[in-house]
Design a protein. Sequence first.
Length: 234
Amino acid sequence: MGELESDSASRSFIYSMNGSKLALIQNSDEDDRYVFYVPEEFVQKYRLEDDTVKYDLRDGTSFWQYQDGAIRLVRPDGTIFHQVGMKRIIKHPDFLAVSVTHGTAQLALFEQAMWDKYQLTRLAGEDFETNTLITERKLAAFDPTNYEDPAGPFSGEDNSIPALMQRGVVFMSCHNAIWEQAKALIKLDINPDRLSHAALAAELSNHLVDGAILIPGAAGTLPELQQAGFHYAT
């Protein structure tokens, strides 16, 4: 992938690769509308059914230009690298994002003390020797008003759980998953205090990261959220 440089004064972004400027994203007015410039020789251009224009760049990335003036930069694997002007196409800017965390993802909501005591790496896998997902990164201290900074606290460079909570995301912890994880630890003989199944599950439940909400189970909570107007996305 190339690099994205920002100019906060002009609210513009330049995307370049190997020294070649592939695209310029420029804020055109005070209403968060953006315009997009790209040399034709660098792209294949497609117009989609909803009049969104998709530009495929030679390095595998793509730009999506929406009719409302928003622009999204997408990596070759389909994940979002950066986006600007999205508040124009989000009709509910005061929306609430909720993570109904379950399965092995639930392990990310335990304090590091529980990871150390119960060797939770054994359940999480070798990619997580410690619970790096709860480690607050330096980006959280950056200017929160510059929400379009491609390397700032609202970027993909800072997706830690504390950062997401500061942005307003609510994390729910599935007790059914905790119960199953306590059972797995006992089966692996990782139970230094020789606690009962219920007592071990209780200790894990009492050591969730600050701000996490314990729920009886994800499967029962999701329909309740949907009845309240939430939409489920995986």
